[in-house]
Design a protein around this ligand. Structure first.
Ligand SMILES: NC(=O)c1ccc[n+]([C@@H]2O[C@H](COP(=O)([O-])OP(=O)(O)OC[C@H]3O[C@@H](n4cnc5c(N)ncnc54)[C@H](OP(=O)(O)O)[C@@H]3O)[C@@H](O)[C@H]2O)c1
Length: 307
């Protein structure tokens, strides 16, 4: 819309000012009408892990529907920049810096959402971190606690405190897990365990909430371009600091966000973003070794640039 609008402005402004004004007004009316008809128009949506990658891209994908976005993560500056970008395309937004490993902080996130917007329609549990080391190599076992807290327990905390409000709005919970929640992956023992925990938790919760009209959509992305890879813990609990060499073969955060948005709209049960992930979980039942081989190969291919 912005590109087209500026193109029209340049082309017509001087020669046909009146025609240009009318076309632009018509276009804007159409966009506003589209937003008003959309599923998330004026809906209150919390996204955890909104400062980077998939969470950020999802906020931007949602913004043209003019929702009320609550953007949560630790990096306030990045959230403020994102909020401004979302507002430019129609969203209302509120930045709530939150460390999701802290139960009280998650409770405050929900309370402040209700104080600010008076309701909650969608909770997207997206914050996450990863690791890149075999169990044998790991010297700092605290990374297992930390990964479990960020990836799994944060979802438990936020969802628990959000529940009464989601029941009132017959809302949606979105859990951004991973294909690593459907299979094992070498060098990711702690990460896989946290994503399997998410799967079990949200699959069970779906049944508990069925009669209350609250839907649970589990997202299982395959590899996506984002900072998660270089921010992963190494064996000593330090950041890896390098992106995988084959990151150009990964899905972009933007395209993953469009798929998530589509699944959210449909209240889909499970979205697996790649064909190998989709078929892998079925083939694994009869040919588990084949899937182990595919997972091992995927990890080999991601060797960092300096390796
Ligand atoms: N990228 C992939 O290949 C991939 C594949 C499958 C699944 N996923 C999942 O997708 C989700 C998003 O990952 P991404 O790839 O977008 O990663 P990312 O770019 O590194 O973003 C992770 C987000 O989580 C936030 N976060 C981390 N620790 C936090 C904490 N303690 N409290 C609050 N927020 C925290 C980060 O913000 P701050 O640092 O500002 O707090 C950031 O906004 C994760 O759950 C990940 O497991 C990713």
């Amino acid at each position: 819309m912005n590109a087209l609008a500026s193109l029209m402005q340049t082309a017509y402004k001087q020669s046909f000012p009146e025609a240009s004004r009318l076309i632009l007004a018509g276009w804007r009316a159409l966009e506003t009408h589209k937003a008003h008809m959309s599923i998330f128009f004026k809906k209150v949506i919390i996204i955890t892990g909104a400062s980077e990658g998939i969470g950020r891209a999802l906020a931007l994908a949602l913004a043209p529907q003019q929702p009320k976005l609550i953007l949560a993560a630790r990096n306030e500056q990045r959230l403020l920049t994102l909020a401004a970008e979302c507002e430019q395309v129609g969203a209302t937004s509120c930045v709530l810096p939150t460390d999701v490993t802290d139960e009280q902080a998650c409770q405050r996130l929900i309370q402040q959402t209700i104080e600010t917007f008076g309701a909650l329609d969608v909770l997207v549990n997206n914050a996450g971190i990863s690791m890149r080391a075999t169990l044998e190599e790991v010297s700092d076992l605290s990374i297992f606690d930390h990964i479990m807290k960020v990836n799994y327990l944060s979802g438990v905390y936020c969802t628990k405190y959000a529940l009464p409000h989601l029941k009132q709005s017959k809302g949606r919970v979105v859990a951004v897990a991973s294909v690593a929640g459907l299979t094992g992956v070498p060098t990711r023992t702690g990460y896989c365990a946290s994503k399997h925990a998410m799967m079990g938790f949200f699959e069970s919760l779906r049944m508990e909430l069925e009669d209350a009209g609250v839907s649970i959509t589990i997202i299982a992305p395959d590899f996506v371009v984002s900072k998660i890879h270089e921010r992963s813990f190494d064996a000593r609990g330090q950041r890896v600091g390098e992106s995988p060499a084959n990151q150009h073969t990964y899905q972009t955060s933007e395209s993953c966000a469009v798929m998530i948005l589509n699944a959210m709209e449909k209240r889909q049960r499970l979205l697996v973003t790649s064909w190998r992930g989709y078929w892998g979980r079925l083939v694994r039942i009869v040919l588990p070794k084949l899937i182990d081989g595919i997972a091992k190969k995927a990890v080999k291919e991601e060797k960092s640039i300096t390796e």
